[in-house]
Structure formats: C-alpha cells, structure tokens
Write a protein that binds this ligand. Structure first.
Ligand code: NAP
Length: 258
C-alpha cells in the first residue's frame, strides 16, 4: 500500500535504546540506510548489528545532541556514508524527575538542553543536506507529557516536549519551500528500560489509566514515525500524532471504570 522507502538515508538520534532503537530497527526493515546515533558507541553498534541481521544497512555514530559540533559531524557522516539525508528522527531525550522547589537551574537546563535545544541543533545541522532531498522528513519524538498532560516532577520535561511542538510549527512553515515536512509523534507510556526504571507501581498505575490496557510498544511509535516519513504523508506538515492507547481521553478514573 505504501511506496517503498528502500534506500532512503535516515538519521535517528537516541537510537541505541528504547523508542529510538525501535525506530531505527523499523526503518532498517524497510531497507533504509540508518545512522544509529547515541553517545555510547558500543550500544549504537549493537543496534547496527541487529539491523544488519534483519537484512538492513546501518552505521553507528557516537554524538551528543547538546553539542553543535557533534551534530554537524553526524550530518556529515550520513552524507559521507549514504550520499545525503532524507529523514531525521530527532528522538534523543532524557526524563529525570524533580519537583519544583527542589529542581535546580542545572536540572532544568539539562532537560531543555537535550530535549529541546538538542532537537534544534540536530535539525540545523541536517538542514543543508536535507534541502537536496526530494522527500525530506523531520520527525520529532515529543510526548503527551507537556503538550497534553502534566505529571509531578516533570515540569522541565513537559516544557521541553511542548516546546518541541512550538519549534515544529514554525520550522514546518520555514522548510515547506524545500519540500521538507516537520511532524511530531507524541508517545504515551511506552515499554522501555527507562520506563521500567520508574518502578513497578508507576508502570502498574500507567497501565490502569490506559483505555487499551497496555503500555505502548516501541513498534507502535516506530510505525507512526514511518508513516510521517512515507511518500503518502507528503502533504502533512506541522502536525502531531498522539500514540498513547487512548490514555489522554478519560475525564476521570470513573470514565475508565464505567
Ligand atoms: P531511553 O530508553 O532512555 O533512550 C534514550 C536514548 O537517547 C538512548 O539511545 C541514549 O543513549 C540517547 N541519548 C540521551 N541523551 C543523549 C544525548 N545528549 N545525545 C545523544 N543521545 C542521547 O529513552 P526512551 O524512553 O526511548 O525515550 C526516547 C524519546 O522518547 C525521548 O525523547 C523521550 O522523551 C520520548 N518519550 C518516551 C516515552 C516513554 O514512555 N519511554 C514517552 C513519551 C516520550 P546514550 O545515553 O548512549 O546517549
């Protein structure tokens, strides 16, 4: 049904684990050339091997999204290895918790610096090469937390994720003349190691608040990213897609139990 993405050059930041790994594997399955980006080279390499084992092509690249020089080197590596950049999945993110009153300026800056500024730096670095693509796609991994909901301890995180959508809307207008679309996936609670690290009670509470009664899988999020990258999504830009099993829908717990 969908036009093949085989041979497209795809960068995924934060691709060594969790959602980013899922996105990288999915694009690998589609026959894309995937640059697997994370700070920890060995973990990025492991994902490259997984992609190769499934028949795809990939390279690892160690980079920190908070460093402009790293982002420029990342874009250069994709151009060198794959001949250009068609798709950027700006996915790298962190979600430490700290309540107001305890949150330090350093805590706030670290989250905004990685999640929001890191997104800007990745997009800026990839832009020169993406302008040459005939099917440029930028896909941000935002969250329901911030744009749609709040959760104690995540005021900085929520601000970073809502900020990504503000960034996206103007970027979509500015990049439209180049045929580049900019969209965001807003995951709910996705089963990753990082989420498991939040503890059994947190996970149990989250599952209970999801109408579809399960956490999301990384494949659920990767499928949405793949759709935004497709030729069939060429006329969609500046939009966000919630992938959360219906978690933001109930007005109250009673609505779920009724
Ligand atoms: P994760 O499992 O902790 O993976 C994070 C990835 O980002 C790792 O590959 C990590 O590798 C990389 N990373 C972190 N800081 C980086 C930096 N400064 N530069 C480059 N890479 C960096 O997290 P996740 O749960 O998959 O989350 C991925 C994205 O989805 C985030 O943007 C998060 O906000 C969003 N999200 C997650 C959920 C969820 O339920 N899991 C829900 C909504 C939104 P290194 O540490 O080696 O760099």
């Amino acid at each position: 049904m969908f036009t093949s993405l085989k041979g497209r050059s795809v960068i995924v930041t934060g691709a060594s684990k969790g959602i980013g790994r899922g996105i990288a594997l999915r694009f690998g399955l589609e026959g894309c050339n995937v640059l697997v980006v994370a700070r920890t080279a060995a973990e990025a390499e492991a994902v490259v091997h997984e992609i190769a084992a499934s028949g795809g092509a990939a390279r690892a690249f160690a980079a920190d999204v908070t460093r402009p020089a790293d982002m420029r080197a990342m874009a250069a590596a994709a151009v060198e290895h794959f001949g250009g950049i068609d798709v950027l999945c700006a996915n790298a993110g962190i979600f430490p918790t700290a309540r107001l009153g305890e949150m330090t300026e350093g805590d706030f800056d670290a989250v905004i610096g990685t999640n929001l500024k890191g997104c800007f730096l990745a997009v800026s670095a990839c832009l020169p090469a993406m302008k040459s693509s005939t099917s440029g796609r930028i896909i941000l991994t935002s969250s329901i937390t911030g744009p749609m909901t709040g959760y104690p301890g995540w005021s900085h995180y929520g601000a970073s994720k809502a900020g990504q959508l503000g960034f996206m809307r103007t970027a979509a207008i500015e990049l439209a003349p180049y045929g580049i679309t900019v969209n965001a996936v807003l995951p709910g609670n996705v089963a990753t190691e990082a989420l498991a690290g939040m503890g059994v009670e947190y996970v149990r509470g989250m599952v209970a608040s999801v109408p579809l009664r399960r956490l999301g899988s990384v494949a659920d999020i990767a499928n949405a990213a793949l759709f935004f990258a497709s030729d069939e999504a060429a006329y969609i830009t500046g939009q966000s897609l919630v992938v959360d099993g219906g978690q933001i829908l109930p007005e109250s717990l009673a609505a779920l139990q009724a």
